[in-house]
Design a protein around this ligand. Structure first.
Ligand code: ADP
Ligand code: MG
Length: 140
């Protein structure tokens, strides 16, 4: 399996509840390394652009409002099979369906305020990493 990089975001519900360390411990314990990290308060334009793929979905407006409601931590995770591994550690989008031990099962407040974002494919990971980070900011 190849070493990959993927984009992770700790969402406003996680920063508000001071859970960034507890969540990142899950990634590190599973063997993923945080190779870039920054704390940001996204503007409406930035959150809207990041989630543009969901523009037509009924939850888009609410999602952009939620993602701009407080600070986020954007980070790059690196490791074997990082895209799929991150999704596994995160758990299902709806915490009601998330497996025991996953971040969303343990920490998510709702299907919207579900604590973490993770890229869903290698191709989207490359685009999403580049949305937040330049090459010089990623230190493997
Ligand atoms: P994931 O984050 O698991 O990849 P999606 O890409 O489908 O899930 O959705 C992006 C984000 O939009 C979710 O993480 C969640 O914050 C929000 N979301 C998804 N579905 C819903 C929904 N039915 N109602 C409210 N918010 C939703
Ligand atoms: Mg998604």
């Amino acid at each position: 399996m190849a070493v990959e990089r993927t984009l992770s975001i700790l969402k406003p519900d996680a920063t508000r509840r001071n859970l960034t360390g507890k969540i990142n411990a899950k990634f590190e314990e599973a063997g993923l390394r945080i190779v870039a990290q920054k704390r940001l308060h996204l503007s409406e334009a930035q959150a809207g652009a990041f989630y543009a793929v969901h523009k037509e979905r009924p939850f888009y407006k609410d999602l952009v409002a939620f993602m701009t409601s407080g600070p986020v931590v954007a980070q790059v995770l690196e490791g074997e099979n990082a895209v799929a591994k991150n999704r596994e550690i995160m758990g299902a989008t709806n915490p009601a369906n998330a497996a025991p031990g996953t971040i969303r099962k343990e920490f998510a407040e709702s299907i919207e305020a579900n604590s973490v974002h993770g890229s869903d494919s290698a191709e989207n990971a490359a685009t999403e990493v580049a949305f937040f980070f330049s090459g010089i900011e990623i230190v493997g």
